[in-house]
Design a protein around this ligand. Structure first.
Ligand code: PLP
Length: 409
């Protein structure tokens, strides 16, 4: 039996903080009671702060995939045309789902190493003289590749094209870890779920919806029942659900939102960027290659690493799991065996990350993967050069040379 705590360094589900686990360790209550209504109102309110919207956020007892489906069936009709971008595995899956609902998808091809290009989207929309495209659907953080698309710039491109298409965004692995603004970026449906940046167990799916999306839902022709927004919004207004909600996950959600707001969303986003930069410092030092090719699109949530030719990423992951009790993310579909992914989202802090990177470095040795030793040291340097997540904002950044003095003295 492995000793100590398992290191769950996959990019979702992410580790659930003890505080959230304790908040969920509660008796199930009557979901028609006034006590429940208080819980409901608190989480709906809190979600608005995390999604940065004044509009409603709908919470389904579902995985992220369910919330994807809700976004489609509430806004589109069979035969509608949409524009999507092949950023990786998850964009491809969402496209497949849309196709199953009879949606015609114009899928801009991609190399799985770049995000959705705002200029490409703008050009397609400008070409669409008949205004046949009903929605642009993008994955904010492509969890299969570690590439974050620039949603704010995509919105600006849509505005420049003067196109009225809806904007549907998958923030399943970015929300609560990467800067995101539903209202400011005029996103019509933001799709998310519980088990990644929200630091909860799997089981909640989210749709933040704009006025424009609700108007589309009034006239679209797609059969739906469980996923119907209106069914939800009526009881939600009073803090209730139309059916039995995932009550204990909502306790957890209330706590997770409190944690995110206590740290401050900007500090949360900065922490993720800092951890991601340190991870890349280690990878570069090892002489391995980061999959993402565009520095402006490096994911703060996870980093996908290319294995050197002749070495299998899944064998390496198995070595790490068997030897050091740490789970790393696998390469998905066409990246299977070629990449492994290091998750650094949610509850992750500096020491968790250094532990994880140590496991990767020792795993590289154990699996006989050629690399230059000292990547963990490079990651530590990277962290020392930036303020730590636990230090109060008023403390000055400790320069690396001062740290050296400190150690000597
Ligand atoms: C995890 C993930 C999904 C799928 O979510 P499930 O909860 O597994 O259904 C979809 N999109 C992205 C970007 C993801 O990271």
């Amino acid at each position: 039996m492995p000793q100590g705590r398992h290191f769950l360094q996959i990019p979702g589900p992410s580790p659930v903080p003890d505080r959230v686990l304790r908040a969920m360790d509660m008796p199930v209550i009557d979901h028609r009671s006034s006590e429940f209504a208080e819980l409901g109102k608190t989480v709906f309110d809190g979600c608005q702060k995390i999604f940065k919207t004044n509009g409603p956020v709908i919470i389904f007892p579902s995985s992220g995939t369910g919330a994807w489906e809700a976004a489609i069936v509430n806004t589109l009709s069979p035969g509608d045309k949409v524009l999507m971008v092949e950023t990786g595995h998850f964009a491809t899956l969402w496209r497949q789902m849309a196709a199953r609902w009879g949606i015609e998808v114009d899928f801009i091809p991609g190399d799985w190493r770049h995000g959705a290009d705002p200029a490409d989207i703008e050009a397609r929309l400008v070409q669409d003289e008949k205004r046949a495209i009903k929605a642009v659907m993008v994955v904010h953080n492509e969890t299969s590749t570690g590439v974050t698309s620039r949603v704010g710039e995509i919105r600006a491109a849509m505005d420049r094209a003067g196109h009225q298409a809806l904007l549907l965004v998958d923030t399943i692995s970015s929300l609560g870890s990467v800067d995101y603004r539903h209202d400011e970026w005029k996103v019509d449906v933001t799709v998310s779920c519980s088990q990644k940046g929200f630091m909860l167990p799997p089981g909640l799916g989210f749709n933040a919806v704009s006025e424009k999306a609700r108007a589309a839902a009034k006239i679209n022709k797609m059969p739906r029942s469980y996923w119907d927004w209106d069914e939800m919004l009526k009881p939600n207004a009073a803090g209730f659900f139309p059916y039995t909600p995932a009550t204990n996950l909502l306790y957890g959600l209330r706590e997770a939102i409190a944690m995110l707001l206590e740290e401050g969303l900007d500090a949360v986003f900065a922490r993720h960027k800092r951890l991601a930069a340190a991870t890349r410092a280690a990878i570069t030092h090892w002489g391995l290659e980061v999959l993402c090719l565009e520095p402006a699109e490096y994911s703060p949530v996870l980093t996908a690493v290319l294995m050197p030719p002749g070495h299998d990423a899944d064998k390496f992951r198995k070595t790490v799991l068997d030897t050091y009790n740490m789970s790393l993310g696998s390469g998905l579909s066409k990246l299977a065996g070629k990449v492994f992914r290091i998750g650094h989202l949610g509850e992750c802090n500096e020491l968790t990350l250094i532990g994880a990177l140590s496991g990767v470095e020792m795993g590289l040795s154990a699996a006989g993967v050629p690399h230059r030793a000292g990547g963990v040291e490079a990651a530590m340097k990277s962290l020392e050069e930036r303020p730590q997540s636990n230090s109060p904002a008023h403390l000055k950044v400790v320069k690396p040379d001062r740290v050296a003095d400190h150690r000597d003295g």
